[in-house]
Design a binder for this molecule. Structure first.
Ligand code: FA5
Length: 350
């Protein structure tokens, strides 16, 4: 053991003298004193030696440790001095660090906000955790409505509020409608674009349990369906391109009357359903793609927001950002879940 310690000291001192960089010096330190370093292993074997030689070897080990640590310290200082006096060519081209970019959903949100701000909408972000009252009750949704089922909504396991009911993860941005009316002290005009995360227990090619919606809400005197249609067409042209337009199909939502589903003409066949060579368009099949829901605000919702429905009317629409983005020309994603897989090879393409 005596000999092994001496050998370790001599070979390490020799090695230290040949070292040229801090990195190599750190490596050497770990090689000797790291948890399975050469010195550490020798030290660990001392208890196995005969009792009478242990004190002598222990003393020698301490001495070798001090010497080697001292030599490493001095070498470190020398290297530092050398580094500081080393000449540097400041004209040498630098290696640029790799630059990331915003996530595509964030980019889509920024674009959508800008489009609506241009026509006077206020940008809001209402809550992700909501009371039943704002998510359902104030929106004229009866207690037995399927959307309130716990297969469709995440309920928070907390005692309900006496006034607002159970806490939920907001299943749609429509929860922001009555909040906005309250925020404006029930005094129209209301012009809101509410963008928020929404949650529903779904997971497949077109559904994720967390997704984003944007909700438009306008309430004022004399608002009618033509204002809704004009706003939707304006958005379609700005976001998707000048040749795009929307169509409304009758539908049913509890919080709008009349209600519609909104479609946009396909960016590939421009609504014809057929390509120039006569083949059916495989992207849309019918010429139109579904964007989301819309309608004229139900008088009961205005009442919940303490706005007089005799004097005021309004329209609302709510769409998923991920699906809206996927429909944008040129981005033909066939699985919405790719957006949240965090696979850098996918994300860096955008
Ligand atoms: C609603 O959520 C209504 N609140 C929309 C609305 C607002 C109607 C205002 C009238 C007035 P719906 O459940 O259809 O409607 O959802 C709207 C859109 O959200 C869908 O078209 C889809 O784009 C998106 N969406 C819904 N669930 C998911 C999900 N799990 N993953 C991704 N996107 C989803």
């Amino acid at each position: 053991m005596d000999q092994k310690l001496q050998q370790l000291r001599n070979s390490t001192i020799k090695e230290i003298s040949g070292i040229k960089s801090r990195v190599d010096l750190n490596r050497l330190y770990l090689k000797i004193f790291g948890s399975s370093g050469e010195f550490t292993l020798l030290l660990k074997s001392i208890p196995e030696l005969p009792k009478e030689v242990r004190p002598k070897i222990g003393k020698l080990a301490n001495q070798v440790k001090k010497e080697l640590e001292q030599a490493i310290l001095i070498k470190g200082r020398d290297l530092e001095k050398g580094r500081l006096t080393e000449k540097m060519d400041v004209t040498f081209p630098a290696v640029l660090p790799p630059l990331g970019h915003l996530h595509i959903v964030t980019k889509a949100i920024e674009e959508i906000v800008l489009i609506f701000e241009k026509i006077g909408f206020n940008n809001r972000h209402y809550r992700e955790i909501e009371w039943d009252w704002y998510a359902f009750e104030s929106l004229n949704m009866p207690k037995n409505h399927p959307a309130r089922d716990d297969f469709e909504t995440f309920y928070i396991d907390e005692p309900p509020s006496p006034s607002f009911g159970q806490m939920v993860l907001s299943p749609h941005t429509s929860s922001g409608q009555v909040r906005e009316m309250e925020a404006l002290k029930s005094r129209p005009p209301v012009r809101m674009i509410n963008i928020a995360k929404c949650y529903r227990p779904n997971w497949d090619l077109t559904h994720t349990p967390m997704f984003h919606q944007f909700e438009g809400l306008v309430v004022d005197k004399g608002i009618n369906i033509t204002h809704l249609k004009g706003t939707l067409d304006y958005f379609a042209r700005e976001f998707f391109g000048s040749e795009r337009k929307t169509r409304l199909r009758p539908f049913h939502f509890q919080f709008t009357e009349p209600s519609f589903e909104v479609d946009i003409n396909c960016g590939i066949c421009l609504g014809k359903g057929k390509l120039e060579n006569g083949e059916n368009c495989r992207f849309c099949k019918s010429g139109w793609l579904e964007l989301g829901g819309a309608g004229m605000v139900h008088p009961e919702v205005l009442k919940a927001g303490k706005i007089n429905s005799q004097d005021y009317t309004g329209f609302a629409f709510g769409w998923g950002i991920e699906r809206t983005y996927m429909m944008k020309s040129g981005t033909r994603l066939d699985d919405i879940r790719l957006l949240y897989g965090n696979d850098i090879r996918f994300l860096e393409q955008f």
